[in-house]
Design a protein around this ligand. Structure first.
Ligand code: PMP
Length: 473
């Protein structure tokens, strides 16, 4: 068997762990935390220190974070400039200020909206992605005076009462009545979907599965679009559309990309029917897709409402909804208030995140390192039968694991977990997603280097090589 790949050097002395013992921590989890969400890995990881793209456990062991704290860490764990800005603000004022003028809130609002095109110039600050999408539903309904909302199957938009109804993956919906007024159209999934179309997605790598038609004659986009038209025919009363929600690359759904042109046609149909278009950029925003600052730009569309969270503040609670003055006018006479939304500590950090993205050429790094990583993973895909698809853009990457390329049957969970766990044991933390939980998600802090991702690919390859003997005949 091959040697374990060498971890790149990183000059940093992790802080000494002074918390409760590992066993006590597990006890507290079982007794006081009891969660619907179990910790990752067979032996859960105890993380207590982080620096840029690296995390450290209680023994001082170092891990390459290829998941970026679930995409929340955009420019690096405890990035010194972001930490400094937050600390300075902590020593100045942290009273929630949105009933007063405050320089951090106002400076940040101006800077953040300068990153968006056209009329997208009005921002509302909230604290989480779910709250942002909740607010976007509220705004779309208020503006259009209609109630129906369409989202895509396999979408993830949050866990509140309203956003769980927007979310359309059974594993993320509870079997309790959900909010009314939501419709889900067929997901234009070019790998697992009915009509293929993988060569029509915007990625430097293509899948091994193509639909039967030639790329310039591909009709997959039209077929998926036809399903959206059917929703109008069968599910919606004419004249009652409020909005159409999508991620611009589906994150939790397994880094699913749509065929080029789908969103553009969908937006036209939605607007013709009186609805507004909402882009959920919670995972795709802030340069993660590399070529563009916002995911919607790769679809050549301009939404009416953009929601953002996670990487916006490098891990501190902060989220935002940006819209046009015309839509914002609809709030006149309505009421909305959010105590912690736009608090000065998060605003100071968020402002610094935007500056760091510019100063340290973070978006360019996501593009260059991400494309390099995608191409290396595509080589592995050609080598291993169990890697069905490699997709994504920039540092938003999915690797779909299957039993074989022909049937594309999801790799059973125990085999997936064996590979996943082994990567962790060799020092690389990867995310998991997809409707069948069979997609490795690689979305590291965007300061990750070429050398780091070479190491990650080496580890991933070694883990697959070791375990595929079990599930491959
Ligand atoms: N939208 C998307 C695309 C997400 O990935 C998430 C979180 N995974 C949310 C919304 C909800 O964000 P939060 O967990 O901050 O409520």
């Amino acid at each position: 068997s091959r040697a374990v790949p060498q971890m790149p050097n990183f000059e940093y002395q992790p802080k000494k762990y002074l918390g409760p013992s590992y066993e006590k921590m597990q006890n507290i989890w079982a007794t006081n935390i009891i969660s619907a969400f179990a910790p990752h890995f067979k032996e859960p990881l105890l993380i207590h220190d982080g620096k840029m793209q690296w995390l450290f456990d209680h023994t001082g062991r170092r891990y390459l974070d290829m998941f970026g704290g679930i995409v929340t860490v955009s420019v690096g764990h405890c990035h010194p400039k972001v930490s400094e800005a937050a600390a300075q603000q902590l020593n100045t004022l942290w009273h929630t200020t949105n009933i007063y003028l405050n320089p951090k809130l106002h400076e940040y609002a101006a800077k953040l909206t300068s990153k968006l095109p056209d009329d997208l110039k009005v921002v509302y600050f909230v604290n989480s992605g779910s709250e942002a999408n909740d607010f976007a539903v509220f705004l779309a309904r208020l503006h259009t005076k209609n109630s129906d909302i369409i989202s895509l199957r396999n979408a993830y938009h949050g866990m509140s009462y309203v956003t769980m109804a927007l979310t359309a993956q059974s594993s993320w919906r509870n079997s309790l009545p959900l909010a009314p007024g939501f419709h889900h159209t067929m997901n234009p999934d070019v790998y697992q979907g009915l009509w293929g179309g993988s060569h029509c997605r915007d990625s430097p790598v293509q899948t091994t599965r193509h639909c039967d038609c030639k790329p310039d004659e591909c009709n997959a986009c039209d077929m998926y679009y036809g399903q959206l038209e059917e929703i109008f025919k069968y599910s919606l009363r004419a004249g009652n559309l409020a909005g159409f929600f999508t991620e611009t690359i589906q994150g939790i759904g397994g880094v699913v990309q749509f065929p080029k042109g789908f969103l553009k046609k969908a937006y036209e149909l939605v607007r013709t029917n009186g609805g507004v278009c909402i882009a959920d950029e919670v995972q795709t925003g802030f340069g993660r897709t590399g070529e563009h600052f916002w995911g919607f730009e790769m679809h050549d569309v301009i939404p009416d409402i953009v929601t953002m969270a996670k990487g916006i503040c490098n891990g501190l609670p902060m989220a935002a909804v940006v819209t046009t003055p015309a839509l914002a006018q609809s709030l006149k006479g309505a009421y909305y208030f959010n105590t912690f939304g736009g608090n000065p500590v998060s605003c100071a950090a968020g402002l610094t995140v935007l500056n760091v993205i510019e100063e340290e050429k973070i978006q360019e790094n996501a593009h260059v390192v991400g494309t390099h990583l995608l191409k290396k993973l595509a080589k592995l895909r050609d080598q291993f039968e169990c890697i069905g698809d490699v997709r994504g853009k920039g540092l938003m990457i999915g690797v779909e694991m299957v039993t074989d390329k022909e049937t594309r049957t999801p790799l059973p969970s125990n085999h997936f977990v064996d590979i996943w766990d082994d990567c962790k044991n060799m020092g690389v933390l990867i995310g998991r997603g997809g409707l069948y939980h069979n997609v490795f998600r690689m979305t590291p802090p965007m300061c990750v280097t070429r050398e780091d991702v070479d190491f990650a690919v080496g580890v991933f390859e070694a883990a697959i090589q070791k375990h595929q003997k079990v599930f491959m005949k």
